[in-house]
Ligand binder design. Sequence first.
Ligand code: AVJ
Length: 338
Amino acid sequence: MPGSTPQLHSVPGRPPVTDLSSQSASESFLDDVLSGLRHTQKFLSSKYFYDETGDRLFQRIMECDDYYLTRCEMEIFRDFTGDLARPLNIHQGAFDLIELGAGDGTKTRHLLEFLNKRAADFRYLPVDISGHILDVLTQNLSVTLPDVEVYPCEGDYFDALQRICRISERRKVLLFLGSNIGNMSIEDCSTFCCRLASMLDPGDLLVTGFDLKKDPRTVLRAYDDSDGITREFNLNLLRRINEELQADFDLSAFEHFQTYDPGSGACRSYLISQQEQTVTIAGERILFRRHEPLFMEVSRKFSHSDIDALARENGFTQISEVCDSKGWFMNAVWERNP
Ligand code: AVJ
C-alpha cells in the first residue's frame, strides 16, 4: 500500500522507537564542511554528494559506458542470484535484510524477488542518507514487489543501524553494496567493519560489494568520464554548500582532477583551485591558494587477499564470494565470528 508506513514493534525492555530517521542532518553538514576546509589538506566528505541533484548525477554516472561498477554488480545480482543467496540460509528462520546505502535499490530488487519467490520470511530495511532516493525506492517496491515488507530508514549508517538493533531481535543479513566501502580510508574501513561486527551477533551476515583491482586505465576512466559527468558530480557538492550553507563558491574557479594509484588501489578525486580566492561559508572565510587541491573522494580498489584480510582482521570470516564474468567486481559474504 503506497503511502502508508508500516509500524515496527519495539523489543521488550528497550526504548520504543517510533521514527527510524535521524534529526540533526543539517547541523552536522556545516560542521563537517568547515572542519574539512580548515585542515591544511582541505577535504570534503563525499557522503554529502547525494542531494537530489547529486542523486540524479550519480544515476547518469551509473549509466555511462566508462562506469563499469554498477553493471558488474548488477550482473552478479541478476545472473548469479542463487549463488549469492546460498550462504544466507534463507529458510532458517525469520531475518532482517538491512541495506546500508540502498540508493534506488535496482540491484537488490533481484535478490528481493528471489527471496519472495521462495517464501523466505524476511523484512527489508533500506538505509540511506538521501531521503529522496528512499522515497523513490519505497514507491517502486510497493508497485513491483507489494508483498515485501519495507521499512525505509533515513540517516547515517550507524545511527540507523543502532535504531534498527533496538527494535529487531531477528537474525540479520546486512548488505553494503556498490563498492560504497571503497569510499573509506584504510583506517576508517577497519573501524567501520569492527563497529559493524560489534553491533551484530555471531552468525549474522554481511554482504559487501568490492570493486577489484584491474587495468589501471579502466579504473581511471570510470572516474574521469569523457562526458564530464563525474566533474559535474564533484562540482555539485560546492553548489549544494552554496545553497544550503550560505556560501559563495565560484564553481568556474575549480577544476576536477582524478588520480589512480594501482599499488594501493586508491582512486582519488580533487577539485583544484584555479586561482587564489576566498570563499565565505556561514560567515567564515576560507582562503584557497592557486592550484591548491580540495580532496573530494577516495574510491578504493581491492585484491582478493585485501578482502580476505579485511574480514579476518575485523571479526568476520569470509564464507563465500561471487564475482561477475569479467572478474572486475566481487560480492563477498562474511559471517560474524562467535
Ligand atoms: C557510489 C561510492 C560506489 O566510488 O565508485 C562514482 C561514487 N564517485 N563516481 C564510487 C562515485 C564518482 C561511487 N560509489
